[in-house]
Design a binder for this molecule. Structure first.
Ligand SMILES: O=C(O)CCC(=O)C(=O)O
Ligand SMILES: [Fe+2]
Length: 325
């Protein structure tokens, strides 16, 4: 189902639109939750063997298990769950990730891609800038934890990809697997900010990774709007819409995917990572449908990145601006 005229005009005005109930939690999201239970199993077993946790908490459902592990160990490392590789340092031959068939099915979901097609057109590439964020209650997480498990600072997605992708019509798709509320860390946005250009971002190093954020003084606080969403809702967001997320101050896990798409043929902004054709009306045979092939693309990307000499991170955000001090 393509988006309605009024949804498209909301996107035009605000820089985002939430399609309520676009996905079915039981049909479209549950397979992903089930797949991740296996990843958590593996990670919990390993942590238990390594003496990091006293129990594997195998009897608990996913969210409770993630919380129990975080409570005891201070962190459930997000990398083995993620659908990406660290590009800013920290990559090793042991770096894990998760590229499973249920996640690929979600990225290729018909209803989702119909929505994406409304913005991107009929030739759709899955952009490799993508993450899964499984965020336990913040109070159980140790200090200096990776950004994927804590609140996200203000930024525009355009500001975190390479400069060469400034003109790429990259569309961000954000969808929760659990209820996302103001208390557990839903997104916040500045409606209309996508029309105000690319803002200054300041680099910050966090856990050895470089993250770029918009300094507070450039965020118009009076325009900030929280965006609570339910499982099944899907947010479509312009690459220059300013957004952040709140702290998880609740007792539950806040779990979301953020994935991106762009018209095929445009640069993704992270060319070192693999993209794939998610939909092609002109040449359906070009679509990637096999999760093993998808996974292998990322294994090969990891090997390529490990083999190349460590290049200094070049980035347009030098941090020299006075607002970055
Ligand atoms: O979920 C979050 O905390 C941040 C997500 C985000 O920045 C994005 O989807 O682009
Ligand atoms: Fe973002």
């Amino acid at each position: 189902m393509q988006l309605s005229v009024s949804q498209l005009s909301d996107f035009d005005r605000d820089g985002f639109v939430v399609a309520r109930g676009l996905l079915s939690p039981s049909q479209d999201l549950q397979p992903v939750i089930d797949e991740y239970a296996q990843v958590l199993d593996r990670v919990a077993e390993r942590m238990h063997r390594g003496g990091e946790i006293s129990s594997t908490y195998a009897e608990l459902p996913f969210a409770d298990r993630a919380i129990a592990i975080t409570r005891e160990a201070g962190l459930l490392d997000p990398q083995p769950f993620d659908i990406s590789l660290p590009v800013n340092g920290q990559l090793t031959p042991e770096t894990e990730f998760h590229f499973g068939p249920a996640v690929l099915a979600l990225l290729r979901n018909e209803r989702l891609l119909d929505g994406v097609e409304s913005f991107v057109g009929p030739e759709i590439t899955s952009n490799p800038v993508q993450h899964v964020r499984i965020k336990p209650p913040e109070r159980y997480i140790r200090a200096n934890a990776p950004g994927l498990v804590t609140r996200t600072d203000w930024h525009q997605d355009n500001g975190v990809v390479d400069q060469e992708a400034d003109d790429t019509d990259m569309l961000t798709v954000w969808l929760p697997l659990t209820e996302a509320t103001e208390r557990n860390g839903c997104l916040t946005v500045v409606p209309g900010s996508h029309r105000e250009g690319l803002q200054l971002h300041c680099p910050m190093t966090r856990e050895g990774r470089r993250v770029n954020h918009i300094p507070r003084t450039l965020v118009p606080q009076e325009r900030v709007r929280p965006l609570p969403m339910s499982a099944g809702d899907v947010l479509f967001m312009h690459r220059r819409c300013m957004h952040a997320s709140l702290t998880n101050a609740s007792d539950e896990v806040r779990w979301s995917f953020d994935i991106r798409y762009n018209p095929s043929g445009q640069t993704t902004g992270r060319e070192v990572l693999p993209s794939f054709v998610a939909r092609s009306r002109a040449n359906p045979a070009a679509e990637l449908r096999d999760a093993d092939v998808w996974r292998q693309l990322w294994v090969d990307a990891r090997d390529r990145l490990l083999a190349r000499p460590a290049a200094p991170m070049t980035n347009r955000w030098s941090g020299a601006h006075e607002l970055c001090a």
